[in-house]
Design a protein around this ligand. Structure first.
Ligand SMILES: Cc1cc2nc3c(=O)[nH]c(=O)nc-3n(C[C@H](O)[C@H](O)[C@H](O)COP(=O)(O)OP(=O)(O)OC[C@H]3O[C@@H](n4cnc5c(N)ncnc54)[C@H](O)[C@@H]3O)c2cc1C
Length: 523
């Protein structure tokens, strides 16, 4: 699926431009057309196809783990999915392609195989962003009035812990990260060594064994006929019963679609109460911790209970895993869990700290993603040479010095307890409400940016809320510091959490509709 791929010789122009064609980029393009009747947009995508997360994560069992009614755009329910189904990666990707086609983004408005390298603000009277784009080994330039980034939050595979092991390059088989699955590798009767036991690994194990409890996965995945899975477990996660076991799904499905979505949103939002560092939050967490541990102990084989069931940490500090059949799959005789740390890679497999050599044909790294990093590889140069990024977590505000620039799924905008799509839509709504005075007929305004004071205040409030009023601050839970949401600056000892919005998404929804006028400067 390539589109408009010949690099132009002079700078092209569209009023809007976006980096990335995942949910953020496609959501922006569709909203512009649907709600503002604007089609003057170009989306630049590094890959040859759209979908972002759902184009890249095609590992066995890859599926979203929240009800599908929350994992679609609010304006485009997917008639093929029931409200509570958990669509697979290929299904989600097809959904995004259909949205791109419906809202005239395909063909023509997405430039594939094009990596945005640099975005530079050209000050008044030009008042435009100038993008430097690398496409098929050639550089070209594009200019726009409004620049959006939709470069993703879980994009860069975290592989350093494996590749820094002695002998990492010596393995004679295949090594792949879950987010870059190589489907040409035949797994039948092969010995797979799986690193990690978070969300992706918990989907991979039952899918490889043909034991997933996600109906969508069962109906679409082939039989991998895998010989053995040795899973190295170095951290523990709360694995909660699957959606089907938690909700009276049949009842929910009988309600009108809009009501189903609203109910799912409210149920999801209720989870946030347990993330608060207060009496009620602590009480719910205690109850949840006991309840989930009981479920896990009852479901896993006894011999793996100590390895898998979290101890000494409360429920909620890491994103919970909805059980896709993982715990039951551990009863399969083809699975072995190993708790010992891997200390070396050898040609035939890996060596553990106890000196055991585990032999295998394929190594799968389900080790997650680099977090707290945004706009990786893109140099954004604002007014007066100011750069996006800067010191730990700082300077990502899209504010002071960066006119007409908006980040979708940017720092502190998404939550772990509900859908990222809701957060993306909220960010688009906020940006369009801020831009509105410039777009209004006869307006002489050309630029808008957040005041430095509003940005400072916002960043400080967000970190304060997260550090002092939620579980991620570590109050009653030291393990919060280990959570992938939080980054610890080893030099200053400062904790920074750029991954989470510190409140209910309904609150963000309201704020997006009513941006505070005093926070924005127009010219
Ligand atoms: C395995 C997995 C499961 C998930 N499950 C859920 C779930 O159940 N529920 C949920 O709410 N969220 C889930 N997420 C989070 C998910 O990432 C978001 O829901 C959503 O897909 C993010 O969309 P996005 O468009 O912002 O980013 P992405 O989907 O990451 O897309 C970013 C795009 O930007 C492109 N890009 C990046 N840099 C450049 C550049 N310099 N130039 C050009 N293009 C560039 C990339 O190629 C990519 O296509 C999951 C994530 C993963 C990895």
């Amino acid at each position: 699926m390539t589109d408009s791929n010949d690099p132009p010789t002079t700078a092209t122009y569209t009023q809007f431009a976006c980096i990335g064609a995942g949910f953020s980029g496609i959501g922006l393009g569709a909203t512009l057309k649907l709600k503002h009747n604007i089609t003057d947009i170009r989306i630049f995508e590094r890959e040859a196809e759209l979908g972002g997360t759902w184009h890249l994560n095609q590992y066995p069992g890859a599926a979203c783990d929240i009800p599908s009614s929350l994992y679609t755009f609010s304006f485009a329910p997917c008639p093929q999915w029931t409200s509570t189904s958990l669509p697979t990666a290929p299904q989600i990707k097809s959904y995004l392609v259909s949205i791109a086609e419906k809202y005239s983004l395909l063909p023509g408005r997405i430039t594939f195989c094009s990596s945005v390298q640099k975005c530079e603000w050209l000050p008044s009277p030009i008042s435009r962003w100038r993008l430097t784009v690398l496409s098929h080994n050639a550089i070209f330039h594009h200019e726009c009035q409004f620049l959006f980034s939709g470069t993703g939050i879980l994009f860069h595979p975290k592989t350093s812990s494996f590749f820094s092991l002695p002998g990492a390059g010596s393995f004679s088989g295949t090594v792949m990260h879950s987010a870059r699955w190589d489907h040409s590798v035949d797994l039948s009767n092969k010995k797979v060594m799986l690193f990690g036991n978070g969300c992706s690994a918990s989907q991979i194990v039952p899918a490889l064994l043909g034991r997933s409890n996600n109906a969508e996965v069962c109906s679409s995945e082939r039989d991998y006929n895998v010989g053995k899975i040795t899973q190295f477990v170095h951290s523990r996660h709360y694995v909660i019963p699957s959606l089907a076991e938690l909700f009276p799904l049949a009842l929910l499905e009988r309600l009108p679609r809009g009501l189903q979505r609203l109910l799912c949103i409210l149920i999801g939002e209720m989870d946030f109460i347990a993330m608060r560092e207060n009496k009620v939050g602590r009480w719910i967490r205690r109850k949840k911790t006991e309840e989930v541990k009981r479920y896990m102990r009852e479901t896993v084989p006894e011999r793996y209970s100590d390895l898998v069931v979290p101890e000494g940490v409360e429920f909620g500090y890491k994103r919970r895993v909805y059980d896709p059949g993982y715990l039951r799959a551990l009863h399969d005789e083809r699975v072995e869990l190993v708790g010992e740390r891997v200390v070396e890679v050898v040609p035939e497999g890996v060596k553990t700290e106890g000196g055991r050599v585990v032999e295998g044909d394929v190594i799968v790294l389900a080790t997650g993603f680099e977090t707290n990093r945004f706009l990786e590889g893109v140099e954004v140069v604002g007014r007066g040479g100011e750069r996006v990024g800067g010191p730990l977590g700082g300077g990502y505000g899209g504010g002071g010095g960066f006119p007409n620039f908006f980040m979708l799924a940017g720092p502190n905008s998404v939550t772990g307890h509900t859908s990222v799509i809701i957060a993306i839509e909220n960010a688009i709504t906020l940006a369009m409400n801020v831009i509105k005075p410039i777009l209004s007929k006869g307006s002489k305004l050309r630029e808008v940016e957040v005041t430095p004071e509003a940005e400072r205040q916002w960043v400080s409030n967000v970190q304060d809320e997260l550090n002092n009023k939620t579980i991620w601050g570590g109050g009653g839970n030291k393990a919060a510091a280990e959570s992938w949401y939080v980054k610890l600056d080893e030099k200053t000892g400062k904790r920074w959490n750029a991954m989470l919005y510190p409140g209910y998404q309904l609150g963000a929804w309201y704020r997006a509709r009513k941006p505070r006028k005093e926070d924005w400067v127009y010219q």
